[in-house]
Design a protein around this ligand. Structure first.
Ligand SMILES: *Cc1c(COP(=O)(O)O)cnc(C)c1O
Length: 371
């Protein structure tokens, strides 16, 4: 069986050494030395400041919203944030969980990221923020979004869960927005089993977030905010430090697979148009088909050979009952219905990539003949 992704397990002896250290210090959580070390090393590796580690990528979003005050409405009505329906559900459910209404705008038909014009059309009196996603690691039109947010006095929080290590015009993509969040879930390019981070533009926002993620406490006997617990523990940080040591080779292995797919599949399916002033981390290999029927033909043909391709992101979040079942976003709805992610991970065998390519080519051409 070839899964769509496999979590990376780093060198075991090195992890054991870190765990020995945890046993010696008997310091398991609450901003321990490994969490501090991982914070510094990630700031260096990514080229950012004001990075705060948290226990997962969903809490990273929730804490970012709170630290920036976007859960407080400008009017008597509920606060709204404009976001993309073409993403993992946590982008939108984290807003709703914080009492902020996610308002979906449509995506660009080629980059599959939020279309800035679509965002503008959805702005109302109640809009407080924009929450775009660098979907599959493809950088959004950050300059247009920044200009729009300035003009309309809105906060911007990028869900950068897919964009670990991505650079825009030579600098970290995480420097864009009032905050950008990462997920370090086991299936992501970089992981700490579960985990996440927030990169803030302003130091004072990070300081507020630090209090919020630790029960709102400012000292052993002082509580200044209503907080939550979103602390990363030392075992998570140990895994993160080990994975970080091997990240460059991992991304290189993904890159080889990614280019092989891209070179071979351009005439069999539609591929994502990548931002031409940013680089890429090869996190995913999504392919778009001409119809849902063609997608189902290919995915079931792959499954017959034990190859698990996954339909994400499907369904388009605007269609979900929990978000009000809005059926007026044709681009996102249309793409979500026809998209499939092919297996890609560092440990994937090059021969398996070749057989996946052969199968996809054969299935798409037999499908065309059937029409
Ligand atoms: C994975 C992911 C999240 C959630 O991160 P967790 O660490 O699993 O909580 C949020 N947004 C996007 C776009 C994701 O892919």
């Amino acid at each position: 069986m070839i899964p769509v992704t496999k979590p990376f397990l780093p060198n075991r002896e090195k992890l054991d050494k870190y765990i020995d250290g945890i046993y010696e210090r008997e310091w398991l959580t609450n901003n321990g030395p490994l969490v501090q070390e991982l914070t510094k090393r990630l700031e260096e590796y990514l080229g950012v400041e004001n990075l705060l580690l948290v226990s997962n990528g969903t809490l990273a979003l929730q804490i970012a919203y709170r630290a920036l005050g976007i859960h407080e409405s400008k009017s008597a009505k509920v606060a709204e944030a404009i976001t993309t329906p073409f993403t993992f559900v946590a982008t939108a459910s984290s807003l709703k969980w914080e009492g902020i209404e996610p308002i979906f705008a449509d995506i660009d038909p080629e980059t599959w990221c939020l279309n800035p014009q679509g965002i503008e059309q959805k702005i109302t009196e109640q809009t407080v923020a924009i929450v775009p996603v660098h979907v599959y690691g493809n950088a959004c039109d950050v300059e247009a979004i920044e200009a729009l947010a300035r003009r309309q006095n809105l906060k911007v929080i990028y869900d950068a869960a897919h964009a670990f290590g991505v650079k825009y015009k030579g600098e970290s993509i995480l420097r864009w927005g009032d905050a950008a969040t990462l997920s370090f879930h086991a299936t992501k390019v970089f992981h700490s089993i579960e985990g996440g981070a927030i990169v803030f533009k302003h130091r004072e926002d990070m300081e507020r977030a630090k209090r919020l993620m630790s029960f709102g406490m400012t000292g052993p006997e002082t509580i200044s905010d209503v907080g939550i617990n979103a602390k990363m523990n030392e075992f998570q940080a140990a895994m993160g430090l080990c994975v970080l040591d091997e990240i460059d080779e991992n991304i290189k292995a993904r890159e080889r697979h990614w280019y092989r797919y891209q070179n071979e599949l351009t005439s069999s399916a539609i591929l994502q148009r990548l931002n031409n002033v940013s680089d890429y981390n090869f996190a995913y290999f999504p392919v778009l088909f001409r119809s849902k029927e063609e997608l189902l033909h290919v995915s079931s043909g792959l499954a017959d050979k034990g190859i698990i391709a996954r339909r994400y992101f499907y369904p388009s979040l605007n269609e979900l009952e929990i978000f009000g079942a809005d059926l007026t976003l044709p681009i996102s709805s249309g793409i979500a219905e026809r998209i499939l992610c092919l297996p890609i991970y560092a440990g994937l065998d090059a021969n398996d990539v070749n057989s996946i390519i052969d199968i996809v080519k054969r299935l798409t051409s037999t499908y065309k003949e059937m029409q």
